[in-house]
Design a binder for this molecule. Structure first.
Ligand code: NAD
Ligand code: IPM
Ligand code: MN
Length: 375
C-alpha cells in the first residue's frame, strides 16, 4: 500500500480542533481509496514558543522537507503580541519552502445563503492567485527617532537581498517603516500560474488587482511585469486591471462575475477574506501555499481565539484544504470524494454553527468522514 508522509502543524486556537477533523476525513478517504497516511506532527505555536522561547527550530525544517506535503491549522494567540508567531512560523515556512503561490478558491456551496446569490443569482467561482513571497511581506523594516538605520537581510528562493538603509527625519520625529518590494522574476512566475489556471478553466480574462495609482513604484511595476508576461506568454488571455479599493466595491455587488484574480501578497490576503464572506464564511475557505518543494495547505482563517474551545468552529475549510492537499499529492479520487462529501453534507439537513446550524466541530467532521466512507 502506498504510504504518504504528511507534516502536520495544528498550531493555535481552533487550529488543532479543525485539523483533528480534517485528519479524520483524510483517514476515511485513505481507507476507502487504499493508501496509507502517516502524520509527522510538529508542536509549534504559542504554547511551544512560551515554553521554549523559540518559534521554529531549524532542525524541524529538514524533518518537514522529508514530507510529501504539510497540513497546517493556524497560528496566533492573544498571549503573544502580533508578529513573532505569524512572521516567525507561518511566513517563515512559506518563504523557506518558496511556496510562491497562495491559491484560494472561493465557491458557492449548496444550501448556504450568501450575499453572492442575493446580489447576482450567479454562482461564486473565483480563485485568488496570491503572490506569496514578496510585497509588504518582505519583513524588511524598522523604526527610530530622528534616524532609522537598518541592516537588511532577506532570503528568498529567487535571491538573497542584503544592504543597509538609513533615513533621517528633520526635525527628529519618531517613525517606523516597512519596505514593499517585488522583483521581475517574482511577479512573472506568479503571473504564469494565473495564466495557466485561467487556460485550464477555459477563461480568457484574468483580473489583476493593483493599486498603481497611489503606489506607482511598487504596483506600477507589478502592472508592467504582469502585462508584459501576459502579452508575451498568454496572448489568449486579457489582464483586466482593477484597483483593490474598486475591487472591494465591485466584488460584493457582482460576486459571480469573477474568475482568476491575480493579487499581490497583501491585497490577496484582504480580498480572500472578503471572498470568503461572500461564499458564506471563513469556515468554508480553503487554501494551498504551493511551490516547487514542500507545499503547505491551510484554511484561509486564523486561530479564531474568540471561539476557540467552544466547539463552534467550522472545520470545513480545513477539510477542503486537506482535499487540495490530497489532489496535490496525486490522490485525486480521494480529493474528489472529500469535496463531494462536503457538498453532500451541506446539501443535507444539518449545518455547522457558523452557518446557523447546530453541528459542532466534531459532528461536522464525523458526518463528512462517514459520507466519504459510504459513497
Ligand atoms: P480569524 O480568521 O482567526 O477570525 C476572524 C473571525 O472569523 C472571527 O470572528 C472568528 O471566530 C471567525 N472564524 C474564523 N474561522 C472560523 C471557523 N473555522 N469557524 C467559524 N468561525 C470562524 O482572524 P483574526 O481574528 O484576525 O486572527 C486571530 C489570530 O489568528 C491572530 O493571531 C492572527 O494573526 C492569526 N491568523 C493566523 C492565520 C494563519 O495561521 N493562517 C490566518 C489568519 C489569522
Ligand atoms: C493568512 C493570514 C496571514 C497572512 C497572517 C497570519 C500572516 O492572514 O494566511 O491569510 O497575512 O498571509
Ligand atoms: Mn489572511
Amino acid at each position: 500500500m502506498t504510504k504518504r508522509l504528511i507534516a502536520l502543524l495544528p498550531g493555535d486556537g481552533i487550529g488543532p480542533e479543525v485539523i483533528g477533523e480534517a485528519c479524520k476525513v483524510c483517514e476515511a478517504a485513505a481507507e476507502k481509496f487504499g493508501f496509507e497516511l502517516e502524520w509527522r506532527r510538529f508542536p509549534f505555536g504559542a504554547a511551544y514558543y512560551l515554553e521554549h522561547g523559540l518559534v521554529l527550530p531549524a532542525a524541524a525544517l529538514d524533518e518537514m522537507s522529508e514530507c510529501r506535503a504539510m497540513l497546517l491549522g493556524a497560528v496566533g494567540d492573544p498571549r503573544v503580541k502580533p508578529g513573532p508567531l505569524e512572521q516567525g512560523l507561518l511566513l517563515a515556512l512559506r518563504f523557506h519552502f518558496d511556496q510562491y503561490m497562495n491559491l484560494r478558491p472561493a465557491l458557492s456551496f449548496p444550501n448556504v445563503p450568501t450575499p453572492a446569490a442575493l446580489a447576482s443569482g450567479r454562482r461564486l467561482d473565483a480563485v485568488v492567485v496570491r503572490e506569496n513571497t514578496e510585497d509588504l511581506y518582505m519583513g524588511i523594516g524598522g523604526r527610530g527617532c530622528g534616524v532609522m538605520a537598518e541592516k537588511i537581510e532577506a532570503g528568498r528562493g529567487l535571491y538573497d537581498l542584503s544592504g543597509r538603509l538609513e533615513l533621517s527625519f528633520a526635525p527628529a520625529v519618531e517613525g517606523a517603516f516597512s519596505l514593499g518590494l517585488m522583483t521581475r522574476p517574482g511577479i512573472a512566475r506568479i503571473t504564469r500560474k494565473a495564466g495557466e489556471l485561467a487556460r485550464a478553466r477555459g477563461e480568457n480574462k484574468v483580473a489583476v488587482v493593483s493599486k498603481a495609482n497611489a503606489v506607482p513604484h511598487l504596483y506600477g511595476f507589478w502592472d508592467e511585469v504582469t502585462r508584459q508576461t501576459f502579452s508575451d506568454e498568454f496572448p489568449d488571455i486579457e489582464p483586466v486591471y482593477v484597483n483593490v479599493d474598486a475591487m472591494c466595491y465591485l466584488l460584493p455587488r457582482n460576486p459571480g462575475g469573477w474568475g482568476v484574480m491575480l493579487c499581490p501578497n497583501l491585497f490577496g490576503d484582504i480580498v480572500s477574506d472578503l471572498l470568503s464572506a461572500l461564499a458564506g464564511g471563513l469556515g468554508l475557505a480553503a487554501s494551498g501555499n504551493i511551490g516547487d518543494g514542500l507545499s503547505m495547505f491551510e484554511p484561509v482563517h486564523g486561530s479564531a481565539p474568540d471561539i476557540a474551545g467552544s466547539g463552534r468552529a467550522n472545520p470545513l475549510a480545513a477539510v477542503m484544504s486537506a482535499a487540495m492537499m490530497l489532489k496535490h499529492i496525486g490522490e485525486t479520487e480521494a480529493a474528489a470524494a472529500v469535496e463531494k462529501a462536503v457538498y453532500d453534507y451541506l446539501a443535507g439537513p444539518d449545518k455547522p454553527f457558523e452557518l446557523g446550524g447546530r453541528d459542532g466541530v466534531a459532528a461536522v467532521g464525523e458526518k463528512v468522514a462517514a459520507l466519504v466512507k459510504t459513497r
